[in-house]
Design a protein around this ligand. Structure first.
Ligand code: SF4
Length: 564
């Protein structure tokens, strides 16, 4: 019999999570460990997801009410409470109580169980719940409600209409294709295995997902060979889950660890990073400078530490085939790390395109909802316009058509600057840091607000973006420097001597400030947070100004990788 202290019960997330994290979470000796504080952006995402779930629930209940009223031949108006066959399991209740209500609803054969928390499957080592269980024949189908996109324009997804929870009505969609979201499918597979353990899985191995747009219900056939190697989602899940159970059991029972720390992309937002970082620093692990699969391969090749990587001879055969970066870059990064250098030159001479008239541009957006602020810093030769920072902003919560007004004003000002510069026979350059974000919203605004006052034609924006006048400093940094601590503006600009006035400045914090600034969800707008956002945006454009000034001269004095 398994002792409770060492009992392993994993939720669906374990199959997509870092294996070391599964180990740490199952290791009884780690229970008192201090974790990194919760990321405010993650907390915000959870709050947004909860609001999204509530809205979907409202829509589903309403649709079912109308359907049931139509079947009875009565009006659906004025109905209160929930509909026949619909059970809501309140999320705020303790887990034991939620499980009890779910079990009762299952026993009663409820048609829909919202917020279901299934009893732990102790033999299978599983725990978990679904946003919705839908009765299908003698069993149930899991349906997820998620806040990300689940389809793309195209064809081939199997969908039903929004609010239609009967997969028998599903058709092959002519307007949507499935967007790859492996975690959703693995979570559905986990829930199916839990329902199987209860003898309550529907005959067909299907699972539904309602996404951010909630414009359809997407149905996955969990037994279809849609995964690499011709595997089904269920087969892939089974392999991964068995591995995670082994990792957790080894950790729970004090056996030899089956997963060691190694820096990967997920580490950035992982609460265990302080624990893993000190373990990696203690052994000077190679993943501190080369993360992901390349670090694993290097360890297998015997290059397990930063020191060993730094000591490799570039004239020798590379020890592995690199999946990202290159052999010389990796060795230089290791040498930079040992010398405590944030940035080293990878080119003999750093260059950046400059103009007589220059504008630094930074756009602020709120998720997928809109770009509410375009900040610009005008400098260089006098063209009869005030120099310095100015902003084009809407403080109506996005999405709002007022965004079209602020975007049109931004574009008109930029066009005026370019025309005056050209008329004076001068050269013009506009700078941003990572043009992908700005370009996305330049084109997105042109498309969304086409035909409204002052919105430019797409080809006008296209010819600006394609021109030498639009300079992406992030690209310049990526091509000309090796950065041992990341390439974000917040890392690189301080090397150039810049610092932000707001100690909390960052993209994630700005999301919180924005919600307060516009009074999202009916709150009173906070003018001080508007000021804070403008100051932050101004500092971002001042940062790119300082960065390009540095790249035009002083950057050539930092060490060159060939000299390390
Ligand atoms: S910090 Fe990184 S290695 Fe450690 S558990 Fe988290 S994701 Fe895994």
């Amino acid at each position: 019999m398994v002792h409770m202290e060492t009992e392993v019960l994993l939720d669906a997330g374990a199959v997509s999570r870092c294996r070391r994290r599964v180990h740490l979470e199952a290791d009884p000796s780690m229970r008192e460990t201090t974790l990194a504080p919760p990321d405010p952006a993650a907390e915000q995402r959870m709050a947004d997801a909860a609001a999204h779930r509530l809205e979907i629930r409202r829509r589903l209940v309403e649709a079912i009410r109308r359907e049931q009223a139509a079947a009875r031949g009565v009006s659906a108006e004025g109905g209160g409470g929930e509909e026949a066959g619909w059970v809501t399991v309140p999320r705020e209740l303790p887990a034991g109580e939620r499980v009890r209500i779910t079990e009762q609803a299952l026993a009663d054969g409820a048609s829909y169980i919202w917020g279901a928390l299934l009893p732990a499957d102790r033999r299978g080592h599983r725990r978990g719940g679904a946003e919705l269980l839908v009765r299908s024949g003698a069993g149930y189908l899991p349906v997820l409600v998620v806040r990300h996109r689940i389809t793309d324009p195209g064809a081939g997804a199997v969908t039903t209409a929004p609010n239609q929870l009967d997969p028998a009505r599903a058709v092959v969609d002519e307007h949507r294709k499935v967007r790859s979201q492996p975690r959703d499918q693995l979570r559905l597979a986990h829930l199916r295995r839990m329902l199987e353990a209860l003898g309550l899985a529907a005959h067909q191995p299907l699972g539904g997902v309602i996404g951010l747009d909630a414009d359809c219900v997407l149905w996955h056939d969990l037994a279809a060979p849609t995964w690499p190697g011709g595997r089904s989602a269920l087969a892939e899940y089974d392999i991964r889950f068995a591995d995670r159970v082994a990792v957790a059991q080894a950790a729970a029972t004090g056996g030899p660890a089956l997963a060691e720390p190694s820096r990967i992309l997920d580490c950035r937002a992982c609460p265990w990073w302080p624990t893993c970082e000190s373990a990696l620093l203690a052994v000077r692990d190679v993943s501190l400078v080369v993360r992901g699969e390349d670090a694993m391969e290097l360890r297998r090749a015997g290059v397990s530490t930063v020191d060993k990587l730094a000591a490799l001879n570039l004239d020798d055969e590379p020890p592995i085939v690199w999946t990202s970066g290159s052999f010389p870059d990796a060795v230089a990064l290791a040498r930079a790390w040992l010398a405590d250098l944030t940035v080293v030159r990878r080119v003999p001479e750093v260059t950046v395109s400059r103009g007589d008239v220059e504008v630094d541009v930074d756009m602020e957006s709120f998720g997928e909802s809109g770009a509410y602020l375009w900040g610009c810093l005008l400098s260089g030769a006098d063209i009869g316009l005030p120099q310095g920072y100015r902003s084009f902003v809407t403080w109506e919560p996005v999405p709002t058509v007022d965004e079209a007004r602020s975007f049109a004003e931004f574009w008109a000002w930029l066009r005026d600057v370019r025309e005056r510069t050209a008329a004076a026979g001068l050269t013009f350059r506009a700078y941003c840091y990572n043009a992908m974000a700005e370009n996305r919203w330049l084109f997105g605004s042109v498309e969304r607000f086409a035909g409204l006052d002052g919105i430019p034609a797409k080809n006008e924006v296209q010819s600006f973006v394609d021109s030498e006048e639009w300079v992406d400093l992030f690209r310049g940094v990526t091509e000309q420097f090796l950065c041992s601590r990341g390439k974000g503006l917040k890392v690189i600009a301080p090397v150039a001597g810049f610092s932000w006035r707001d100690p909390e400045a960052g993209g994630e914090a700005s999301m919180r400030w924005y919600r307060d600034a516009v009074g999202m969800d009916g709150a009173v707008p906070a003018p001080d947070q508007r000021e804070r956002l403008l100051r932050y945006n101004e500092d971002d454009v001042r940062a790119t100004q300082v960065l390009r000034g540095w790249m035009s001269g002083p950057a050539n004095e930092i060490p060159y990788m060939g000299d390390l």
